[in-house]
Design a protein around this ligand. Structure first.
Ligand code: URA
Length: 432
């Protein structure tokens, strides 16, 4: 029996854990033998004192083997997936998963909830009334066979220990470390049974990795660990110096995803979705090269095939399809407050981290583990970096559960108008 106090003390004092101790600790967490406060204390000790490569590998394996390993080879089609390291307004998964499935590749997508200042795919999906984000293994297989896509979270069968630790990291300020991020992502993605994994490594003020150097290193590490577990992997380092698209907040992002699936929506969301779809289709062996794959993905989007597959996914997981078919079908916030520019100039800087934290603070994420998220709240960012802005123009709209002038002031402080600024490139690096 592991003495959790000794395990915490070892890391607090900067000592290295033996792989077996990491395995025993994670297994005990999973059996709920270690209370949240001790897991959290260890997380903070490790956040501050680090885990080396061996400890990171041990954590990855322990999380991976905390549940079952799924295998879809019997379904006769390649299985691929994408995972983002987390950003603000990043709703790409909602569009990408049905899109790639409609191109003939299985997408057994396992996602997370909001993490720190970033939004989570599961919270977004749950703003669709009735949508279930856990499925028993048999149902998962049957759905994947029937429509080629599932979108679920870590559950009792699938990397459950990641689910527990992830929920604690979210609320204990222990998120942005490579040695936590790599095990968390790779464990659930390998467990879900995808053969080919594309990582979207976010970089900039709204990402966990603020610099190109850190983001590039995380991309290479994700690829290396994934390949060491026998899966194909590639990555894109992409811009997160401003929120992706217009909407940030759960129901607002579902609405924007629907717009893209129906052929409209913001250009950056559409472009990033096509970039990642091409990478997935190529890596899965369903297209000869990236250009061919992009053409396939574009046709699926423009023909309505991806949208039809999204509706099939919502239906299969118990969601109310009418709520996404009608523009006003999802719950809306009762108060909308405009955030205006005080001066004219070019939008030169956006504090995307601050905007993500604001969405959490107004109810779109969790401050404590037990919190419920309010699907209605969030923000619509109307100006992009490098765009000219006139004094009095709307920079953003805040969607609130009740009027909140302080939140609007906080949002305004996240935009800098003046000086020089240019639109950043969306894809910063391709790591094949
Ligand atoms: N996504 C995850 O699943 N885990 C992390 O730690 C970060 C992003």
């Amino acid at each position: 029996m592991l003495d959790a106090r000794e395990f915490i003390r070892a890391k607090r004092d900067g000592r290295r854990h033996a792989a077996e101790d990491v395995r025993v600790f994670v297994a005990a967490c999973q059996r709920r033998e270690i209370p949240d406060y001790q897991v959290s204390a260890w997380l903070m000790a490790a956040f501050l004192n680090g885990l080396d490569e061996g400890e990171t590998e041990a954590l990855t394996l322990a999380l991976l083997h905390s549940g079952r390993m799924f295998d879809w080879s019997g379904l006769g089609r390649p299985a691929a997936d994408k995972h983002s390291t987390g950003g603000v307004g990043d709703k790409v998964s909602l569009i990408l998963a049905p899109l790639v499935a409609s191109c003939g590749v299985l997408v057994p997508m396992v996602s997370g909830r909001g993490l720190g200042h970033t939004g989570g795919t599961l919270d977004k999906l749950e703003s669709i009334p009735g949508f279930r984000t856990t499925l028993p293994p048999d149902a998962l297989r049957a759905q994947l066979d029937a429509i080629g896509v599932v979108m679920v979270g870590q559950g009792p069968d699938l990397a459950p220990a990641d689910g527990l630790i992830y929920a604690l990291r979210d609320v204990t300020a222990t998120v942005e470390r490579e040695y936590f991020i790599v095990p968390s992502i790779v464990s659930k993605k390998v467990a879900e049974g995808a053969d080919a994994l594309v990582y979207d490594v976010k970089c900039g003020s709204g990402a966990f990795m603020k610099t190109r150097e850190d983001a590039g290193r995380l991309a290479r590490r994700l690829i290396a660990v994934t390949r060491s577990l026998g899966r194909r992997a590639a990555a894109r380092v992409t811009d997160m110096s401003q929120p992706l698209g217009v909407a940030s907040g759960n129901a607002l992002e579902v609405r924007e995803s629907v717009e893209v699936l129906r052929g409209g929506g913001p250009a950056d969301v559409r472009e990033l979705t096509l970039e990642l779809a091409a990478a997935m289709l190529t890596l899965a062996g369903a297209a000869a090269d990236l250009a061919v794959a992009r053409g396939t993905a574009l046709r699926a989007l423009e023909s309505g095939a991806a949208w039809e597959r999204f509706l099939a996914l919502v239906r299969a997981q118990g969601g109310d399809t009418a709520s996404v078919e009608r523009p006003d079908g999802l719950a809306a916030a009762p108060v909308v407050r405009a955030v205006k520019a005080e001066r004219s100039g070019v939008l030169s800087e956006v504090d995307a981290f601050g905007l993500g934290e604001l969405v959490v603070a107004i109810g779109g994420g969790r401050i404590a583990k037990e919190d419920a998220v309010d699907p209605r709240v969030g923000l619509m960012v109307r100006k992009r970096l490098g765009e000219p802005v006139r004094a009095g123009e709307t920079l953003a709209e805040l969607h609130l559960a009740s009027d909140d002038a302080a939140a609007a002031a906080r949002a305004a402080a996240c935009f800098r108008v003046g000086g020089s600024g240019a639109a950043p490139a969306l894809v910063l690096e391709r790591v094949e």
